[in-house]
Design a protein around this ligand. Structure first.
Ligand SMILES: [Zn+2]
Ligand SMILES: [Zn+2]
Length: 266
């Protein structure tokens, strides 16, 4: 079994805890150290519980707390060479460079990184596996190409990006150049793109679909939820929207078929 909790997800900060009974990793740390520690504590996790912090890319909403977390607690930071090169705060006490196509293990977790199309030096995301149970983070991608889709196929839980609502972005406060960047192939997934991605990889043992990285200016929880629910044919209770400024609850991911689907196949 895996357990997953978000410390917060949105354009202003992202951090996700994934743990087995023995190993806990934090994916990204886009909040100040103080805020990170407060939100981790609310979930019963201390810095000494972390085996590692995995970094997806160098944007501030993913790395804000990395330097202080590393220097104060010595937690090993795992990142690609390109991400390390672009880090503004690169004074890390302990770090490991990984290749975005090469899986590695941390305790009893298998980490399967994969490159993502995003306007960062060497961005990637992660599938985390414990035995046959898997969870993927799929945010900060302009599009979801077949290679990325193949990484999402068969997972039991996912955090999928719903950055913007099309109309809100068009009519919102962002200048055309920034809108273009967000919509571009190296920007972010919008609500209308996330739905088909979920539909393409949905299966009876996909238990948990967390919608994240919502823009506070160009999206609402309801817009994101409506868009993805339109693409989910069974068990809508699997879908939840993560909050930007508060931690979520823990989500248990067991790898078993969700109840409604199991009954439907009897
Ligand atoms: Zn981001
Ligand atoms: Zn980014």
């Amino acid at each position: 079994m895996l357990e997953v909790a978000s410390l917060g997800s949105g354009s202003t900060g992202n951090a996700t805890l994934v743990r087995s009974a023995k190993t806990t990793v934090l994916i990204d740390c886009g909040f100040t150290l103080k805020e990170t520690l407060k939100r981790m504590a609310s979930l019963g996790v201390a810095p000494s519980d972390l085996s590692a912090v995995l970094i997806s890319h160098e944007h501030g909403d993913h790395v804000k707390g990395i330097g202080p977390l590393s220097r104060k607690f010595g937690v090993p930071i795992y990142l690609t060479h390109g991400t390390f090169r672009r880090l503004k705060d690169d004074r890390l006490l302990s770090y490991e460079l990984f290749h975005a196509h090469a899986p590695f293990t941390l305790g009893d977790l298998e980490i399967d990184p994969f490159p993502t199309p995003h306007d960062a030096a060497e961005s990637c995301q992660f599938v985390v596996r414990k035995d046959k149970v898997s969870f993927v983070v799929a945010t900060d991608m302009g599009v979801c190409p077949p290679f990325v889709l193949s990484k999402l196929a068969g997972v039991n839980g996912m955090l999928i990006e719903c950055n913007y609502d099309d109309d809100m972005l068009r009519n919102g406060p962002y200048p055309p150049s920034l809108q273009h960047r967000i919509r571009g192939n190296f920007g972010h997934l919008g609500n209308l793109q996330a739905g088909p991605v979920v539909r393409a990889v949905d299966h009876p043992a996909l238990e948990c679909i967390l919608l994240g990285h919502l823009s506070e200016k160009n999206n609402t929880e309801q817009c994101a939820l409506d868009a993805v629910l339109a693409s989910v044919s069974t068990n809508p209770e699997r879908v939840e929207v993560l909050k930007p400024h508060t931690a979520s609850r823990w989500y248990a991911i067991t790898g078993k078929a969700v109840a409604g689907d199991a009954e439907a196949t009897v």
